[in-house]
Design a protein around this ligand. Structure first.
Ligand SMILES: [Zn+2]
Length: 201
């Protein structure tokens, strides 16, 4: 993208240089024609042969000027195309730069929000950890390492919040019979299941 723009800019400036060169050539031809015409008009040239030669040269110069002007027209058209292309690519690059900047801002904001979430979760964890035995905590950490970072989930309305599967009647019976402090685990996703007021048991 960036190199496309550089290529287009280079092409446009090459063509502009070509046009400058043509204008300078045309200018020289004009000056020479003016000089020849002045000599013709001055009456200083008396030889018929010299006059004829000079008139012939003015004719040739005129033809040369017309040819150069035709080439210049064609060059100007090419320049217009190249400049349009450059402008389009520059606008596109600008648009992309703005989009990249906006995405970067969103990324920074998202990371900041994540940092806050992590901080909040860590503070919550600190309040809970003192009430949990070292043994259970070690067990939890072991499971967490095995289960994509989520070792304990709530049961909500008889559904495991880890695997999102409904508990079977057997599960419900087993969990109901379990002691309040017994660690129960999901038969499906192997996570520790936490009973809450919303468990529907
Ligand atoms: Zn589960």
């Amino acid at each position: 993208m960036r190199s496309d723009l550089v290529d287009a800019q280079t092409e446009a400036s090459d063509i502009a240089r070509e046009q400058d060169k043509l204008e300078s050539d045309i200018d020289q031809v004009r000056q020479r024609m003016t000089r020849d015409q002045q000599r013709l008009d001055s009456g200083a040239i008396t030889s018929a042969k010299d006059l004829e030669n000079l008139q012939h040269e003015v004719g040739s110069l005129h033809k040369r000027q017309t040819d150069l002007e035709d080439v210049e027209l064609e060059v100007m058209e090419r320049l217009e195309v190249a400049e349009k292309k450059t402008a389009t690519l520059a606008a596109e690059q600008e648009r992309l730069a703005v989009s990249v900047e906006a995405t970067e801002r969103r990324r920074v904001a998202a990371l900041a929000a994540l940092d806050k979430d992590v901080e909040f979760a860590q503070r919550q964890r600190e309040t809970v950890v003192p009430d949990i035995s070292d043994e259970l905590l070690a067990y939890y950490e072991k499971l967490r390492a095995q289960l994509d970072g989520i070792a304990a989930v709530a049961i909500k309305q008889r559904r495991c919040d880890g695997c999102r599967l409904d508990l079977s009647a057997t599960d419900v019976g087993r969990i109901r019979d379990a002691a309040e402090d017994e660690v129960i685990r999901c038969e499906e996703c192997r996570r520790i299941q936490v009973r809450t007021a919303e468990s529907g048991l």
